[in-house]
Design a protein around this ligand. Sequence first.
Ligand code: MN
Length: 136
Amino acid sequence: MIAEPNGEPVILIVEDNARNLKLVRDVLNHVGYRTLEAASAEDGLALAREERPGLVLMDIQLPGMDGVEALAQLRSDPATAGVRVLALTAFAMKDDRERFLAAGFDGYLEKPLDVRRLPEQVAAALAADSREEGVA
Ligand code: MN
């Protein structure tokens, strides 16, 4: 089931792999979300401050600053502290899930991403009213 975008939230995708970035962007655009894209944590942080996205999809392994450090910076800036952030990670271990949630991510999406589930995972993250649980 394709979830309807709610209030046209903007979704920021931070992903250094061009193919993954295009995949996520195309799926989200197809179901009606507006997206912003960054290929590095530094560019993603700048966009997040300027554009106030409703959700950030944050790759963990990035050139330079990684996704965990980028999340810490988002959380430490009052302008972006409350944004929902899902980790994009190739790691599938249970310990990693716990580590990402402990770091303050609102959930995580494992790569390779399931493009059929991505819209509902994003909708669930946007609809969540608590950061207690991961959404994926
Ligand atoms: Mn990466």
